[in-house]
Design a binder for this molecule. Structure first.
Ligand SMILES: Cc1cc2nc3c(=O)[nH]c(=O)nc-3n(C[C@H](O)[C@H](O)[C@H](O)COP(=O)(O)OP(=O)(O)OC[C@H]3O[C@@H](n4cnc5c(N)ncnc54)[C@H](O)[C@@H]3O)c2cc1C
Ligand SMILES: NC(=O)c1ccc[n+]([C@@H]2O[C@H](COP(=O)([O-])OP(=O)(O)OC[C@H]3O[C@@H](n4cnc5c(N)ncnc54)[C@H](O)[C@@H]3O)[C@@H](O)[C@H]2O)c1
Length: 473
């Protein structure tokens, strides 16, 4: 028998985005049910951001010590892989979501464990693991926050070859002896370095360059560092076939005809929205993409359906998904209260405007890349009268930071408005410098006023002064 329940908002997917939209809706005075089929906390908590950064962090700390006389002499051994994996386990809460489920309950959100499917307008059917089906009617809104799934490329032989995605490598119980990585985006590059530092022999294959979304001088700093520490980086390299090679190995044949043998194959070639099995086709909607407005509302579905986070395919980053979720949760509550209509003000509390102009992203390699806003190419494509200044990071703070500090900084300026619209920093520990650039861009701070934002001496942030001087201030 199907039980029928009612709530103001039903959120399908209990990752960081689903949790946040439910939380904001409840804070706005509504009731919310959060439907989750796996672990509350989603990909980010158990198989992506948190555990992958835990795998990276110890190697970065060791490399920082090795870059300084005095500290270097105190380092007597190699990275202890077992300890790193144990810390990773702890950072992934040992794949136990009771802590997150407790938070959900404390926020006043009702958790429904099971697979969610939209069974009609404003209606979600939840099938629990034991087969019990519950229908939940949503008075105000249904929110799709189902995340994303890996894109599997059409490579000959892949269907018959055992391979890992990021989920399997990030949660690996042991460090493989050797790994071939196909796909040199953020995930492939971060994990290539992390596992190389943990002791695996790693080959990273890029069909063009590595980290192509980032300015080339920044990506080159990372590539040089990877090669220096023993990662084999193959650029402009296509993969012809892959095959299982005995019980415990795979072989990858390149377009050149060369073959690479390794214990594991990681395929990290991007992700797509997880929209399959949601019943969208039955509602006349597409399961390949759901265009939505700045509040996350699906344009083609009337006024009751929202899509957020990775599932919305706008920006696949946790912090931007959570930002979308805050805007959408507040918008749903305001629309329920009758204080908000269809239109929303850009940069107002109900619009995720920064997704178009001020998205920060960090590549957690060592050295790091930290980028926010638009690149010069993106700005020009958008018709902006844009210019750029760039220079190596060479200030007193970088000389003090470590021996042989190599870094690069770039600033993109909208010449008509005289504000910064993009910035990229590459180098050791630049991630923590990114928020200054994000504030300048989101705040549209005029260059003449930015001149009065004086970086402390001797910090690496003094590169801001050098950029402004080079620009001509
Ligand atoms: C290796 C890796 C590292 C990353 N590192 C970073 C990083 O450092 N920083 C960063 O900002 N981003 C990072 N990302 C991206 C980040 O993980 C995603 O942007 C983020 O998880 C998206 O959150 P979400 O809530 O939209 O989706 P998810 O976290 O994927 O959560 C979606 C949830 O929905 C559930 N679900 C799906 N379908 C249904 C259904 N039908 N019924 C019920 N439940 C369902 C899933 O089980 C899941 O729990 C990384 C990604 C990868 C792959
Ligand atoms: N630090 C972070 O914030 C972080 C870390 C990891 C992942 N993520 C996010 O997770 C998502 C997934 O990461 P990703 O690195 O898988 O995706 P991505 O889209 O960033 O990179 C995929 C890479 O695979 C390459 N590729 C695609 N098809 C290929 C093929 N057939 N052969 C060879 N190469 C191929 C692409 O050219 C690209 O370089 C992204 O949205 C990313 O931003 C973020």
């Amino acid at each position: 028998m199907t039980e029928v329940k009612t709530a103001d908002v039903v959120v399908i997917g209990g990752g960081p985005v689903g949790e946040n939209v439910a939380d904001r809706a409840v804070r706005g005075g509504l009731t919310a049910v959060l439907v989750e089929s796996e672990l509350v906390g989603g990909e980010c908590s158990y198989w992506a951001c948190m555990p992958s950064k835990a795998l990276i962090r110890s190697g970065a700390a060791l490399s920082a010590a090795l870059s300084l006389p005095g500290a270097r002499e105190a380092v007597t051994g190699r990275l202890d892989a077992a300890q790193v994996l144990a810390r990773r386990d702890a950072m992934a809460a040992n794949w136990d979501d009771s802590g997150q489920a407790k938070w959900v309950a404390q926020q006043g959100i009702t958790l429904a464990r099971g697979h969610g499917r939209i069974s009609g307008e404003r209606e979600v059917e939840v099938t629990a693991l034991d087969g019990t089906v519950t229908t939940i009617q949503a008075r105000q809104a249904v929110v799709i926050a189902t995340g994303s799934v890996p894109v599997v490329p059409a490579i000959e032989g892949l269907d018959e070859t055992p391979f890992w995605g990021t989920r399997e490598l990030v949660s690996a119980e042991d460090v493989p002896e050797s790994i071939t990585v196909i796909g040199a985006g953020v995930a492939g590059t971060e994990l290539a370095q992390a596992f190389s530092r943990l002791g695996a022999k790693v080959t990273l294959i890029a069909r063009s360059g590595i980290l192509r979304e980032f300015p080339t001088p920044a990506a080159d700093i990372v590539k040089n560092a990877l090669e220096k520490e023993g990662v084999r980086v193959l650029t402009n390299t296509g993969v012809r076939t892959v095959a299982k090679n005995g019980e415990n190995a795979v072989s990858v044949t390149l377009d050149s005809g060369d073959t690479i043998e390794s214990e594991k194959l990681l395929v990290a070639t991007g992700r797509r929205p997880a929209l399959d099995g949601l019943g969208l086709e039955d509602l006349g909607l597409s399961a390949t993409g759901l265009p939505s407005d700045d509040t996350g509302r699906v344009r083609s579905a009337g006024d009751w359906l929202y899509v957020l986070g990775d599932a919305a395919d706008k920006v696949m980053l946790t912090h931007q998904g959570k930002y979308e979720a805050r805007a959408a949760g507040d918008a749903i509550a305001a629309r329920a209260a009758g204080t908000l209509g269809d239109a929303v003000e850009p940069w107002g509390r109900y619009a995720a405007t920064a997704n178009s102009y001020a998205v920060p992203q960090v590549v957690f390699t060592d050295p790091e890349i930290a980028m926010v806003g638009r690149t010069l190419e993106q700005a020009q494509k958008d018709g902006v009268n844009a210019s750029e200044v760039s220079l190596p990071i060479a200030v007193a703070g970088s000389a003090l930071h470590s021996e042989g500090y190599t870094g690069w900084a770039q600033m993109i300026v909208d010449e008509d408005r005289r504000v910064i619209i993009g910035a990229t920093l590459a180098g050791p520990d630049v991630a923590e410098m990114l928020h200054a650039a994000t504030i300048a861009i989101a705040g549209e701070v005029p260059l003449e006023r930015l001149w009065h934002a004086v970086p402390s001496f001797p910090t690496v942030s003094e590169v801001w002064l050098r950029l402004l001087e080079q620009y001509g201030l």
